[in-house]
Ligand binder design. Structure first.
Ligand code: CUA
Ligand code: CA
Length: 609
């Protein structure tokens, strides 16, 4: 419901009218009017839930696109889709996977599976510079520049399959990014060993240098590693493991009642790197993280756990039980004693509240409450962390830490509250990323959209405010305050940061390689004809010389499978073989001018004699 649901003339009278209206409505209470009190609550908290035409959203959402291989940018509270950023996929509009640079970055791979998007940090909150995202399909990590919102680096994670949980260092700033491998394989996965001997399989916790995008080292562990987190002090990283059994089949992986939250000690890792306490495998520093090495501890938690999230006050790691109807709360200030051997790893657990069926991920409002997604119950459950700790110490018959439940539609995976992965968690909005929409939208055939639901968490009760259909498969997201990103975002590229930028049109032949330098300036390209010989290798370098914000051009060569967009002051480069003789019109694909249709030139490929 809009905050301006009252007729305009009544708004100034709303205090009087509210009392009268509420009283009369309570008398004939219906389900649809139950939202009334939370509307009042929302107004009290100045929570904006509507974005009118021409207004801007208060938050950016960076959302993974699952097996589409891309990530997406949305606005909150409107949930409008603002941009799709191709990462591991091929994209015809932007030319991702078609231009030389993006093609080289993808290395011939056509598919990706993006799961977790996380931003760069300074002092526990976002600095607005980058986001990182994993590719579970081909074990890669990409970095996306937020000033232009394009992918600028992709690296392959060695010795890893199912590269899954990812998290940047939060304090003092992001120098490291960690990524877990969910599937164990032999370290030297060359098909020569005994496939059946799963005891030779290992998992790795990989540390990436956030600045250079090079591997710092890998920590070798006996188990698989699922979701990841880092603390707020730059001391620890975390990984859940659901296969402490070391099984290769589902029944083997479900054998034990407890698996692990693995905690990695960054001071110990730095010391090992300094002392040279590692072996080198395929050029990578491999540190032994098995129990007893002082590198990692293994906290036993129930059962096949999934998400691990750190409370915004930095005090607790919360792991979600998945197969167990519980969450496990681990006190981060006890970890040092566990590493020192003064207490057992299990002694770091300070609560294990019963919260519901199928807990997957937990997010926070910064007011001491946790919100956990329940896949099986199709709910978000809100529970109080301190209450859970008190009840763990002093169990009470019928006592519960749960304060509210909200049905969602349907089968929620990740959930994220606004700014919840920072010390500035503001407890305003929560997104429930639901895997199944069933009947929520017009039927579009057997393969249906997912459903991202927006929830107002500013009041005591959670309130569902919006359904947003989404193409396969938004997996996770972060909700970032607009003021942390917007000042960094450019209207145009820095033209001469790209040494290829074209200022003068030219055709240059070197043997059978032809380099064409071309400007684009609405509504003309810098040349009318480009002539080459059949069989030439041709490189087109195209610069958009238009300075006006949002004036992008396209560059499509008919019948040659080449198309990309060039934003203001951007330069892109494409190389291909001119194997088809004839006249091929090159045209602008991005509507730029009244004479957009006339913005074209001839690519003349002279047939071999
Ligand atoms: Cu340039 Cu259309
Ligand atoms: Ca297990």
């Amino acid at each position: 419901m809009s905050r301006y649901w009252l007729p305009k003339g009544l708004r100034s009278w709303r205090g009087i009218f509210f009392t009268a209206l509420t009283a009369s409505i309570v008398a004939v209470v219906t389900v649809s009017i139950v939202s009334f009190p939370s509307l009042v609550e929302a107004k009290k908290n100045k929570l904006r839930t509507e974005v009118k035409p021409g207004e801007l959203d208060d938050y950016y959402v960076f959302e993974s696109g699952g097996h589409s291989g891309e990530i997406r940018v949305l606005g909150v509270p409107s949930m409008r889709l603002l941009k799709r950023i191709p990462v591991f996929n091929i994209d015809s509009a932007s030319g991702w996977g078609i231009t030389d640079k993006s093609k080289a970055m993808l290395g011939g791979l056509m598919v990706g599976d993006t799961h977790h998007v996380h931003g760069s940090y300074k002092d526990g909150t976002y600095d607005g510079k980058y986001v990182w995202v994993n590719d579970k399909a081909n074990s890669r990590v990409a970095r996306i520049r937020l000033d232009v919102m394009e992918t600028d680096s992709i690296i392959k994670i060695p010795h890893a399959q199912g590269a899954h949980g990812i998290f940047p260092q939060r304090y003092p700033q992001t120098d490291w990014v960690v990524i877990n491998s969910e599937f164990r394989t032999p370290l030297e996965n060359n098909g020569k060993g005994n496939f059946e001997d799963a005891s030779t399989y290992e998992g790795v916790h990989t540390i990436i240098d956030a600045h250079t995008m090079k591997i710092v080292c890998q920590i070798q562990v006996p188990c698989n590693l699922d979701l990841a987190a880092t603390d707020y002090q730059g001391k620890y990283s975390f990984a859940t493991s659901y296969n402490s059994e070391g099984g290769a089949t589902i029944s083997q992986m479900l054998a034990k009642d407890r698996d692990w939250l693995v905690v990695f000690n960054w001071d110990a890792i730095k010391a090992a790197l300094k002392k040279g306490s590692y072996k080198v495998v395929d050029g990578v520093k491999m540190i032994d993280g098995h129990a007893g090495t002082g590198i990692a501890i293994y906290i036993p938690i129930p059962k096949n756990p999934h998400g691990v999230n750190i409370s915004p006050d930095g005090k607790y790691a919360v792991a979600s039980g998945k197969v167990s109807p519980t969450a496990s709360v681990i006190a981060i200030d006890k970890l040092a004693d566990a590493f020192a051997g003064k207490i057992q790893p299990k002694d770091c657990i300070v609560a294990e509240p019963q919260i519901g069926l199928g807990p997957l991920h937990t997010t926070f409002d910064g007011r001491g409450n946790a919100y956990t997604s329940l896949f099986i119950d199709s709910q978000i459950v809100k529970w109080n962390i301190q209450k859970a700790i008190d009840l763990y110490q002093h169990p009470k018959e019928g006592g519960t830490a749960v304060v509210d439940r909200l049905d969602i539609h349907y089968q929620v995976g990740h959930t994220m509250a606004s700014m919840a992965e920072t010390k500035d968690a503001d407890g305003k909005f929560l997104i429930s990323l639901n895997k199944i929409s069933k009947d929520r939208f017009l039927n579009v055939g057997p393969f249906k959209p997912d459903n991202d639901q927006l929830v107002d968490i500013s009041g005591k009760k959670m309130k569902l405010i919006l359904d947003e259909p989404a193409y396969a498969e938004p997996h996770d997201c972060i909700i970032v305050r607009r003021d942390l990103v917007e000042p960094h975002v450019k209207q145009r590229f820095d033209m001469d940061a790209n040494p290829d930028a074209v200022h003068k049109n030219s055709i240059e032949r070197n043997g059978n390689h032809v380099t064409v330098r071309l400007t684009a300036n609405a509504p003309v390209y810098g040349m009318q004809d480009v002539e080459v010989n059949q069989g030439d290798e041709v490189t087109f370098i195209v610069t958009n010389q238009d300075e006006i914000p949002d004036l992008s051009h396209g560059f499509c060569i008919s019948d040659y499978g080449i198309n990309f967009v060039i934003a203001p002051f951007q330069t892109k480069k494409v190389t291909f073989t001119a194997d088809k003789p004839g006249i091929y019109w090159i045209y602008c694909t991005n509507f730029c001018h009244a004479l957009h249709l006339e913005m074209r030139l001839r690519f003349l490929v002279k047939a071999k004699a």
